[in-house]
Design a protein around this ligand. Structure first.
Ligand code: AHR
Length: 502
């Protein structure tokens, strides 16, 4: 089989916002406790943060981390997580049926972000709370001093403001499972008034309003239209979430789901355009895809704790999906979709980062290790920065149930105009055939292969583990060549690859 691709530096979709490579830490399961924070761990720093985890997060080069939830935020009192640790209350977390010690809060997380070389994206609680708590939280976080809440921050040991720019106005408020769930009109009004108050504090904030929790919600896409109707001129982004599963154990359809993601983005971009026109607005709202990942491997196991049958455990193992090789392909396809849609998707957060549906896992008092999906995220985050190229792709296709005709070859290209590198990320969805692929790169001038990494495995269900972290890892590719302005490479059956030219 053969595929042909044309790339040219002048054919550009958009410059990629670095925040396309964001992630998410929620107070959920072992994400915080025994994930990023474990005071007794041999690698713990002076703040009790695991240095081995920080090193892996730094390796991923993550631009922003959303915090503190997720469903958790909808009944969270941010004040519980500041001040002397011994005075902080233990609370029952209603979202995940666990106990929250509040040992980690805003200050600890901010210090962790500085160590991990990333920035905070904060969420305010618009479930059980509202405008007043949001504006106090903002004042505490961002005001230099001389007011009640900013002086409390200073008294708590932090003189300089945290200066957080990006704020989520609640989480998944369309979901009946959410504490304080609202109708689109109720939420739209509240989000508008909260945004107005936050903007009165600072015009330079970037605000994210909740879109749909997924494209199967009965209120989608009317939710987006109503919420944007209320908020369009006060906010900057509408948030979308989507999780992928292969419960049906049907690889061809599983790997076609990224086409549904593409539809979801295109439809919401259409709703944004509709509301923009309706409001005669010159302002452009973008998408913050602030939760995405594969999530299903752990669902059966989690039922007991989530059903309340274990009482209120502290930091139990929840949502600890162990990812396989098939998920590498899926994550590669999702990232390719975001790159192709980087004209409308400016922010995207891999949900989540440590232990909870995460690329990084830890053993309490033991090692931290990389899941299979660590690698496609790593390559996109390292090299998917610059201009997303508008590629012309000719590939053989197959028929899927979920998305009709789907290309076997899914490929994106990113041109880093600062370094001159052009990088291609390609997935071959074919189960048994290699695809001989030629990419026309003549427009980039003479090019050599700077790096070529391939992930493939005889077993789609192969996983990594603490004992065997090297089972599913990238290997140096071979056989690719550039001649006469054409890059030729063979994409093995069921494979992910990253190839860089300079
Ligand atoms: O990421 C896990 C959960 O998924 C989040 O808490 C929630 O926002 C979503 O439903």
């Amino acid at each position: 089989m053969k595929a042909a691709v044309t790339a040219h530096p002048r054919y550009v979709v958009s410059e990629i916002d670095p925040r396309l490579y964001g992630s998410f830490i929620e107070h959920l399961g072992r994400a915080v406790y025994t994930g990023i924070y474990e005071p007794g761990h041999p690698t713990a720093d002076a703040n009790g943060m695991r240095r081995d985890v920080i090193d892996l997060v730094r390796e991923l080069n993550i631009s922003i981390v959303r915090y503190p939830g997720g469903n958790f935020v909808s009944a969270y009192n941010w004040e519980d997580g500041v001040g002397p640790k011994h005075e902080r209350p233990v609370r029952l977390d209603l979202a995940w049926h666990t106990s929250e010690s509040n040992e980690v809060g805003l200050h600890e997380f901010a210090d962790w972000c500085a160590s991990a070389n990333t920035e905070m994206m904060l969420a305010v609680n618009l479930g059980s709370r509202g405008l007043d708590e949001a504006r106090n939280f903002l004042e505490y976080t961002n005001h230099p001093g001389g007011s009640e809440w900013s002086d409390k921050r200073i008294a708590n040991g932090r003189k300089e403001p945290f200066d957080v720019k990006l704020w989520c106005l609640g989480n998944e408020m369309d979901g009946p499972w959410q504490i304080g769930h609202k109708t689109a009109d109720e939420y739209g009004r509240l989000a508008h008034e909260t945004a107005k108050a936050m903007r009165a504090f600072s015009k330079s904030l970037e605000l994210v309003v909740c879109g749909s929790s997924n494209a199967k919600m009965p209120t989608y896409p009317e939710w987006e239209a109503t919420v944007l109707d209320h908020t369009y001129n006060e906010i900057d982004y509408i948030s979308l979430h989507m999780y992928f599963d292969n419960e049906a154990n049907d690889a061809p359809n599983y790997l076609a789901m990224s086409e549904k993601l593409d539809d979801y983005i295109a439809s919401v971009a259409g709703v944004i355009a509709y509301v923009k026109a309706k409001k005669r607005s010159s302002k452009q709202v973008y998408i913050s895809f602030d939760e995405w990942n594969v999530w299903y491997h752990s669902k059966e196991k989690d039922k007991k704790i989530l059903g309340g049958n274990d009482g209120w455990p502290f930091a139990p193992p929840l949502l600890e999906d162990i990812y396989n090789f098939e998920d590498v392909l899926q994550v590669g396809l999702i990232l390719n979709t975001f790159i192709r849609r980087s004209d409308v998707v400016k922010i995207a957060c891999l949900a989540q980062l440590v232990n909870v549906i995460a690329p990084i896992m830890t053993v309490a008092n033991g090692p931290a290790w990389r899941q299979t999906i660590f690698y496609p995220y790593l390559f996109a985050s390292l090299y998917g920065r610059g201009n997303a190229l508008d590629l012309k792709v000719e590939s053989p296709t197959y028929k899927s149930i979920v998305a009709g005709d789907v290309s076997y070859v899914d490929v994106t290209g990113v041109h880093d105009t600062k370094t001159g590198h052009v990088t291609f990320f390609a997935v071959n969805r074919h189960s048994s055939e290699a695809i001989e692929t030629v990419i026309d790169v003549a427009g980039f001038g003479a090019a050599d292969i700077a790096d070529y990494q391939v992930m493939t495995h005889a077993d789609l269900k192969a996983v990594n583990s603490a004992e065997n972290p090297g089972n599913v890892v990238p290997k140096k590719g071979s056989g690719a060549s550039v001649a006469g302005g054409k890059l030729s490479l063979s994409l093995p059956a069921y494979s992910y690859q990253m190839i860089r030219l300079k």
